[in-house]
Design a protein around this ligand. Structure first.
Ligand code: SF4
Length: 309
């Protein structure tokens, strides 16, 4: 079997920062520290931080007053920020700086009196946090081109759009084009909101998909960027593509007679899960590994001041 590894894959700078924030908070303040929502969408990461002293909760009222509360990489709404202040929690914010940038953008558009349209997936924590940066009803969500056609806006000449950071680059291009076609005066960000890591991981999958008989994305079903990688693989010539959380979940029957297996990992999946899958392949096949690198990444984000002082 020939394993074709997409590079870049796996952890992005926002995920590395979020994990380091939890580890450093435990070191500095002592366990337990409370984390609102899964810090990143990966069971393995969550379990290993839990073992070190993190307690994961869904809502702030599960955190005792005065304790440390860490916001996940996906970001939170203004209401959650306010509730944390009211409860006297000491907040350490692990929101990815590229998500915070979208929050700032949305608030800036709204302060210019524009109605804001967010392109994203309903119910995803990042979308809930971004929409919650503005008062309820101030942000309209669109998920696809069909919804753009049905959109009811107040003033078509006074609109702006922003996007979730982990969308499909191709789908989003289509949705933005539909928005611009229907509302020619709409304003948008100068630089894409889809983050560098999402863009690069999709480009790497596009580069290998046509050469693979099957492609596995290591990631979690609630990880938006991982799910998009499965779709990208299918759209670029590898219809036998699927998400697998880790080697133990691999359905070897599904692989069938595939002898060129593409492997990548979503931005919240650690490299050891890739190693584990390759090792599992080696137990079954005579394996050669080839890595296809489409770009180098050197993005590093600073930690919050509370943790470096
Ligand atoms: S996927 Fe992008 S936006 Fe999300 S944490 Fe990583 S760098 Fe930040």
């Amino acid at each position: 079997m020939r394993v074709v590894l997409a590079q870049p894959r796996g952890f992005c700078a926002g995920v590395e920062r979020a994990i380091e924030i939890v580890e450093r908070a435990i070191e500095k303040f002592g366990p337990p520290v409370y984390v609102r929502h899964e810090i990143v969408h990966n069971r393995h990461v969550v379990e290993s931080l839990r073992a070190k002293g993190a307690i994961f909760v869904e809502e702030l009222d599960e955190i005792p007053e005065g304790k440390i509360a860490i916001f996940s990489a996906h970001g939170v709404s203004k209401a959650v920020e306010g509730a944390a202040r009211e409860r006297g929690l000491m907040v350490v914010d692990a929101t990815c700086p590229l998500v915070s940038k979208v929050h700032t953008e949305g608030r800036r558009y709204a302060s210019q009196g524009r109605e804001v349209i967010l392109i994203g997936h309903a119910g995803h924590p990042e979308v809930i946090g971004t929409m919650g940066q503005l008062p309820t009803g101030a942000v309209l969500l669109v998920e696809d081109v069909a919804q753009v056609e049905r959109l009811q806006v107040g003033d078509p000449s006074n609109l702006a759009y922003a996007t979730q950071t982990t969308l499909s680059v191709d789908d989003t291009t289509g949705i933005v084009a539909a928005l611009r076609h229907r509302f020619p005066a709409i304003q948008g960000p100068k630089m894409e909101d889809i983050c560098y890591a999402t863009t690069n991981r999709q480009a790497a999958v596009k580069a290998i998909a046509g050469r693979c008989d099957a492609l596995v994305v290591i990631g979690a079903p609630n990880s938006s960027n991982s799910m998009r990688l499965v779709e990208v693989a299918a759209n670029y010539g590898c219809t036998r593509s699927r998400l697998v959380q880790r080697a133990a979940d691999m359905d070897w029957q599904w692989l069938g007679d595939a002898r060129r297996l593409g492997i990548t990992a979503g931005a919240s999946a650690p490299e050891l899960l890739v190693d584990e899958l390759i090792a599992a392949c080696r137990e079954r096949y005579d394996v050669t590994v080839e890595e296809v690198r489409t770009t180098d990444e050197n993005v590093v984000f600073k930690l919050p001041r509370q943790l470096v002082a």
